[in-house]
Design a protein around this ligand. Structure first.
Ligand SMILES: [Zn+2]
Length: 145
């Protein structure tokens, strides 16, 4: 739950500031990773070396994690790009869509399990950030004890 919620915070931050879209994520026992795609033009300008500090700054304050259910029609009208992108992947038969919101940090469709507040997330570090093709990055993170 901590890893999963932390991935929301990181992808939400990178979406908000750099329009990055999360394309996949994987959570293991000792680490988690997130792949994001960027527009190639701005990729060079993104200060990835400061990402860990930026995320820790966000997590220095508590943020509530909410879930709500909205209709598919309502979801399709939403402006947030993350929701629009993901909605095409949802089965057409699905009429109720679950949205996870972390204050103004992230809002997206998700059926996963989350902590109730970001203050439940332990300290973490970014282990590495790898280039995956011209416009993709893979970010590997680790929660610290
Ligand atoms: Zn989630």
């Amino acid at each position: 739950m901590q890893y999963h919620t932390l991935l929301h915070v990181i992808s939400g931050y990178l979406y908000e500031h750099y329009n990055a879209l999360a394309t996949s994520s994987q959570i293991e026992k000792e680490h988690a990773r997130l792949e994001l795609s960027f527009s190639p033009e701005i990729m060079e300008e993104i200060p990835f070396d400061q990402l860990e500090q930026s995320i820790k700054k966000i997590l220095a304050q508590p943020h509530n994690v909410y879930t709500k259910t909205i209709s598919r029609a309502e979801a399709e009208l939403k402006k947030a790009g993350v929701i629009k992108t993901v909605i095409h992947l949802l089965p057409a038969s699905l009429n109720e869509i679950r949205i996870v919101q972390i204050n103004d940090i992230d809002e997206q469709t998700c059926g996963g399990t989350h902590v109730n507040n970001t203050n439940e997330i332990k300290d973490f570090s970014i282990m590495k950030i790898q280039q995956k093709g011209p416009a993709k990055k893979r970010i590997k993170i680790q929660l610290l004890d």
